[in-house]
Ligand binder design. Structure first.
Ligand code: ADP
Ligand code: MG
Length: 340
């Protein structure tokens, strides 16, 4: 069995600036599996941004266009378990042989292989065999190959043979489209103001965006009330608090702007007022400190800046901590709030 989830398709994988490259490379691969330069196709990006969805969509599309091909989707975790089992049962050769018969191999979350040298070794051999025989390999990872830890060099260099395509955080417009698609799918009508409110306030990832709109739909059907912006505010605030258990950029922006009595719009604005600039720089600094987001992502979420601006902000904060006592006190207050 292919293990593909047919609920994940290209049709319901909405396109935006953030995923355009990965999505269109996926399409190209689906049209000509093994016949493009994108072999392997490596899709990488943070959690909840659509890697698994896209990986399935490619497999599903290949099954549709090329029914004769054998396609297998597997998470790196299950692959590892299977391998370990095969060693224990002394069926390692069968394990390898099974994988060599596949035309399109999709391995999700390959960062899971990090530190597992036996599994990496067997995967290396399977990969080489498939690649040499013109078979397609599709991989996903939460990191770019250059940032992967404890993966053998020879494997890393294979990963770079094809195309590495990043899925980034969706912009506002894409978030709105994703929400509208969910509403359409579920046959729910919702005011545009409300949809935009949700898209504006839930920026972490698509999974949380889905969670937010679903809890909003549930609330409204429960209370038999029309969904207004006020109701949305209530629900989303609670929702956003719940996802703050691990510190996100949204949460940092909220804490920093509350601390300086600014609203988030002002924090993210182009204002050059000293206190606002410092608040913004602190938000960027803490986002770098507490989240795994790339500088580019931090910049795009905090006022649509570029990665150089974020880097500069971090350096400025470092300097001010050395030279400005008052600034340092603010810094420590906020840091305390964030780590509560
Ligand atoms: P990842 O594997 O990167 O952690 P997933 O593929 O599991 O993320 O995506 C999380 C959720 O968001 C899934 O329900 C998925 O369908 C949805 N999703 C992600 N990107 C999109 C998109 N571009 N359009 C529609 N839904 C999306
Ligand atoms: Mg995934």
């Amino acid at each position: 069995e292919s293990q593909l989830n047919s609920n994940y398709s290209f049709d319901n994988f909405l396109e935006g600036e953030s995923n355009r490259l990965a999505r269109s490379a996926g399409m190209a691969v689906a049209n000509k599996p093994g016949g493009t330069a994108f072999n392997p196709l490596l899709i990488y990006g943070g959690v909840g941004l659509g890697k698994t969805h896209l990986a399935h969509a490619i497999g599903v599309e290949i099954k549709e266009k090329h029914p004769e091909k054998t396609v297998l989707y597997i998470s790196a975790e299950v692959f590892t378990q299977q391998y370990v089992d095969s060693v224990r049962k002394q069926t390692r050769n069968d394990f390898i042989y099974f994988y060599q018969l596949i035309d399109v191999l999709i391995v999700d979350d390959i960062q899971f292989l990090s530190g597992k040298s036996g599994t990496q070794d067997v995967f290396f051999h399977i990969f080489n065999y498939l690649h040499q025989n013109g078979k397609q390999v599709i991989l996903t990872s939460d990191k770019a190959p250059v940032d992967m830890q404890d993966i053998e060099q020879r494997l890393l260099s294979r990963f770079k043979w094809g195309l590495s395509a990043e899925i980034m955080h969706p912009d506002f417009e894409t978030r709105v489209n994703i929400l509208k698609n969910i509403l359409y799918r579920d046959g729910v009508e919702m005011n545009n103001d409300v949809v935009e409110y949700v898209a504006k306030h839930v920026k972490t990832n698509v999974r949380e965006l889905e969670g937010a709109i679903i809890s909003l739909i549930a609330q409204s059907s429960f209370n038999k009330k029309e969904i207004t912006v006020d109701l949305a505010k209530n629900v989303i605030e609670k929702f956003v608090k719940n996802i703050r258990k691990d510190i996100s950029i949204d949460y940092i922006q909220k804490i920093v702007s509350d601390y300086f009595e600014l609203d988030i719009e002002t924090l993210c604005s182009k204002s050059r007022k000293r206190n606002i600039v410092q608040a913004r720089q602190l938000a960027m600094f803490f986002a770098k400190k507490y989240t795994k987001s790339s500088l580019a992502n931090i910049g795009s979420q905090i006022g649509d800046r570029d990665h150089a601006t974020v880097l500069h902000a971090c350096k400025t904060v470092d300097n001010l901590l050395e030279t400005d006592k008052e600034f340092k006190a603010h810094f420590e207050d906020i840091n305390k709030k964030l780590s509560m």
